[in-house]
Design a protein. Sequence first.
Length: 357
Amino acid sequence: MTDPSAVARPMPGLDLARLEPYLADRLPLSGRISAELFAGGKSNLTYAVSDGDRTWVLRRPPLGHTLATAHDMAREFRVLEALAGSAVPVPAVEFLCVDADVIGTPFYVMERRPGRALRDPDDLAALGPEPVRRVIDRLIDILVDLHAIDPAAVGLADFGRPDGYNERQLQRWSRQLAASMTGDIPGLVDLETRLAESLPGSPPPTVVHGDYRLDNVLVDLAAAGSEASAEPEITAVLDWEMSTLGDPAGDLALTLLYASRSVPEVTAGASGRPAVEVPGHPSEAEIVRRYVERSGREVPDLRWYSAFARFKLAAIAQGVHHRYLGGGYGDLPGFAGIGAVVAPLMTEALHILDGAS
């Protein structure tokens, strides 16, 4: 290795001069490293780290203020390691670093899988209706595969406390929201009260992703856009920071929310139209029907779960907004408008509890 002072200018949140010798002891580096921050993520930060010949992916918590129980790198690393070789495609993990002296915070490194995240519905639409249908069908099938995994069989029997899961989720995100407040949020108190008064019970638990959606998977576009009989290849499910053992209906409700919502600051889509409006994309009812048929599960009335999904997404958005105002993202683009989605999400959730399907 040459003198560390020759390393390229550090990325925000990633001091390459300190990182390089640490990686050199653990990876077969062939040259100096460089890094690029992946666009799209609004919570943990994800970088492509390259030595010129090979590229790995590094995940670390966000900059600045973080909330208790959030952004646990060891937890993400554990679930990825546990799911290796399962029916759920995940990147192979290289190592976990809990020594904050290296880059200032724990992080982990994993392989870079082929494919890309379809963050904008226009990117999905460019595939054509038949490949779009196959991509979304495959997305739902992988969710079914995840929920079919026996947690004990993959070493995740103690990965969460499923009894009272929905109640604890409501309490957790209420606390996260309270810790990130930057002003009054209309409807917040009413929504929290009504969600608490209508809590569903605790069904048999599964491994849940906690943030399952199209732009948290990588799609091999060559496979997806080929002949009509070809199956699209979803090469990896990413962003496991909210995974635990819990109620699978919550994953399904969040998947439906992201498919049906047209807020660029949340979905990372630039076009402003919801994915469900892309030609070939199955409707929300068709998504639920496929999930039921493939899983054999009885899906409960999803209104509570749909309302809670909006509450949870509002809490996540408010946390990002709070960190943005505190300078936690520096000059990184894409964070300025996210606070504007919080109040509309609360209104939607209340509307659903009032009886909307």
